[in-house]
Design a protein around this ligand. Sequence first.
Ligand code: NAI
Ligand code: MG
Length: 349
Amino acid sequence: MITIARIDGDGIGKEVTEAGVKILNSLDLNIDFVEAEAGRACFDKNGTTIPEETIKIAKKSKATLFGAITSTPGEKSPIITLRQELDVYGNLRPVKSFKGVNCLFDDLDFLIVRENTEGLYSKEESGNDEETVAKRIITKKASERICELAFKQAIKRNESITEEIKDNIKKDNLEKPLVTCVHKANVLKTTDGLFKKTFYDVATNYPQINTNDYFVDATAMYLLTKPQEFDVIVTTNLFGDILSDESAGLVGGLGLAPSGNIGDKHGLFEPVHGSAPDIAGQNISNPIAMTLSIAMMLDYLNEDYWANKIRIATENILKEGKIRTPDLGGTNTTTEVADAIIKEIERLN
Ligand code: NAI
Ligand code: MG
């Protein structure tokens, strides 16, 4: 029995989680979902955006599935609270072009590994009307563990690539598997100096993986001029936040962007998008970002067989192009897309 904490949240968070759970329940897996509250509706009901009980449930579960919430001004963010409480220090954001979807590039497949706990988001800000300061904390410990995670992900990605992809890598003269460290160590000499040094120290444990490093500003350009070169990017919190949104824009937008937050003890999986109040309640939100987040959760739980089935079925549905939600130019509902994925998984089996 796999215990999963299920936090639907608000708006389309509810619809996409419902769709994702329907897909999970169609698989031959023994999952026990424990529902927990968080978000705006939870605040209106309980006076808190994230009750202690929710944190307890997440901590006791094998993994947590999070839909999306509507922010409550002045109150603490449930998702940031959960990331901290579960110490899920690595934010994994895959960037992949899907056949049948209008993308800026149709040949991308890389992963951004973003440090989730410190950097400019250490929440240590101070100041007055004249001068303000935000502390950018970079520690050796957090840099080491995020770089380790990036190299391990590079190994895992390399193990699962097909012969066809290997041939393309050779043909295009790309140096993959590759982990690229993104920093600004020319200006932020102490903080990013430590991050970059730690990256190359960790790299010595992984001689089979190629490495390079770029400045963050140059990387923002390379994502537009030569994104095919990337395999795994590892970077600090703010840079990762910005580059991963830029990257989502290269390949079809928020309806398709999944993410996982990984730590040593916990995993928290969520679509990148928010609660989308503009389309909530109409059953037209795209459930694919959630579906692909679920595939990442199954990877984390070592259920690779079902993770791959979900991914292949989703890719097939997108490639076929017959059933899709309005954000991808279609007229289908959230439920119809989920049902099509379930049917395709059955066909594949
Ligand atoms: P959003 O991601 O909810 O929506 C941005 C745009 O993308 C909207 O036009 C929406 O309709 C569209 N969109 C998003 N997901 C979609 C999907 N699955 N299918 C089809 N279209 C989709 O971001 P927005 O509007 O800035 O924020 C709305 C609320 O969500 C705010 O309260 C915000 O703070 C919160 N939020 C929560 C997040 C979370 O729970 N992790 C992340 C981002 C925002
Ligand atoms: Mg962001």
